[in-house]
Design a protein around this ligand. Structure first.
Ligand code: GLU
Ligand code: ZN
Length: 316
């Protein structure tokens, strides 16, 4: 990466419910990292799944970020800007163009398996128990105009061939990673049978077009970075720097979710001040020796990636 290039970070929430402490942690760490480097921070709304995404939730996320003192330079629900629109539901033309390039490379094929692509719009968090695709519909020879005998009957998803080779990258927290996509996920869906765009394709197209230079998010997406690096390669784009951080987990060791209602923004805003929440999160991140109230802005001088310990989870 060009040393003079300005840092561009982003927060990319899916508006499928109210944020919880884990989502705020993600927002805070990526905001701190971008701001500490004097960079920009973009808010992108990942509303790819029409069934689960709601505009009200996106507006709530924005209000909660304001309340926490996490300001963004570009993006948000109704924003226009140099890289807009900032809602994935409005960015279909960009994904279409990328898909066309992938198709031209001869590495895509139609998949007629039912249900297999349902999860595609969602980021594949490790604990969701995903399976490796068995290559059922992969044509014997790629690049040719393969047609499945069932063609015309079933709607089809589009899958992308992955090579049996190691993808190497260095994560800022977890260090050197080596992922074989054939073993990790197999050929993956880039567009669902119902036309919805897959998370992996959309996230790469958006991060590339928005000029994002660092992707900061929970470590359950660490291995997804390999799928994304592969897409950057095929689309002839430079991948960003990846930095993952440990997940906040409840006492049973599960990643926090919308079900942990005592840690939802609704309860948190009722019971605490923004500085108390930021102080608690800073303590979990290893940035404070004890939790004490501090604003996001006040935490900036204390932020350092070296404080973040490469464990997989932090119990809250
Ligand atoms: N929308 C994704 C999620 O909620 C974000 C993934 C990412 O940061 O790449 O998990
Ligand atoms: Zn299939």
């Amino acid at each position: 990466m060009d040393a003079n290039m300005k840092t561009v970070g982003r927060f990319a929430p899916s508006p499928t419910g109210r944020m919880h402490l884990g989502n705020i942690f993600a927002a805070l760490v990526s905001w701190l990292s971008a701001r500490k480097q004097g960079g920009k921070w973009i808010l992108r709304i990942e509303d790819l799944d029409p069934q689960r995404s709601r505009r009200e939730y996106a507006l709530r996320i924005e209000d909660d970020l304001h309340w926490l003192g996490l300001d963004w330079d570009e993006g948000g629900t109704d924003a226009t800007g140099p890289h807009g629109p900032y809602c994935q539901s409005l960015r279909g033309d960009f994904y279409e163009e990328a898909l066309r390039r992938l198709e031209e490379s001869g590495l895509t094929y139609p998949c007629y398996c039912t249900r297999s692509d349902i999860m595609a719009t969602q980021a594949p968090h490790e604990s969701d128990g995903r399976v490796v695709y068995a290559s059922t519909c992969r044509p014997p020879r790629l690049g040719g105009r393969f047609e499945n005998p069932d063609c015309g009957k079933a709607p089809r998803a589009t899958r992308l061939f992955v090579p049996d080779e190691e993808i190497l990258f260095a994560d800022r927290v977890y260090g050197r990673q080596e992922v074989n996509l054939a073993r990790h996920c197999g050929d993956f869906v880039v567009r669902r049978a119902d036309g919805a765009w897959a998370y992996q394709l959309a996230v790469v197209v958006d991060d590339a077009l928005m000029g994002v230079t660092e992707v900061v998010r929970g470590c359950d997406l660490l291995l997804s970075s390999a799928q994304q690096i592969y897409l950057y390669r095929l689309l002839d784009r430079q991948p960003p720097q990846f930095a993952h951080f440990p997940l906040l987990c409840n006492e049973s060791g599960q990643r926090l979710s919308k079900r942990d209602s005592s840690l939802s923004m609704e309860a948190l805003r009722r019971d605490y001040t923004p500085s108390q929440i930021i102080g608690q999160l800073a303590y979990y991140a290893g940035l404070l020796p004890q939790p004490f109230p501090i604003s996001a802005q006040g935490l900036l001088p204390l932020f350092s990636w070296s404080a973040i310990y490469p464990t997989t989870s932090i119990t809250v």
